[in-house]
Design a protein around this ligand. Structure first.
Ligand code: ZN
Length: 133
């Protein structure tokens, strides 16, 4: 398995429009697209920076994973996504090496990517997403 790059960094926010003020007005980073991913109960804003992106995540459901994250830890960095060539192979590699996966099969992610999350208990406390574009 080979990690090609940091695909994106996921940031949990209460309100995308409010948060965009900081990224756009202060940092000058433009949001290119806002997409709703019903399966994950989130609205996602993409902010490309160089060859990676920030992904702002706003929950569309009080019981969704982002809502629960904010309830426990507040707004802030939620996950880091590594881009891989072949996600099925990457998942198998992780499992073979004893990593606990949240997703043992890829699922649909924002931007049409195939994604899978690794359990933070296996990654030193970081929620790691594998992403194949
Ligand atoms: Zn992500």
């Amino acid at each position: 398995m080979k990690v090609k790059k940091i695909d994106h960094i996921g940031i949990a926010v209460k309100n995308i429009e409010e948060s965009l003020k900081f990224y756009k007005d202060v940092l000058g980073i433009e949001c290119t697209e806002i997409e709703e991913v019903a399966e994950q109960k989130v609205k996602v804003a993409f902010l490309p920076i160089g060859d990676t992106e920030l992904e702002l995540l706003e929950s569309t459901d009080k019981e969704g994973p982002i809502a629960r994250f904010i309830e426990k830890k507040g707004e802030g960095m939620q996950h880091i996504a590594f881009q891989v060539d072949n996600i099925e192979e990457a998942i198998k590699n992780m499992i073979d090496k004893g990593v606990r996966m949240i997703d043992e099969k890829p699922r649909y992610g924002a931007g049409g990517a195939k994604i899978a999350f690794c359990h933070p208990k296996s990654t030193g406390g970081v929620l790691v997403e594998l992403s194949e574009r």
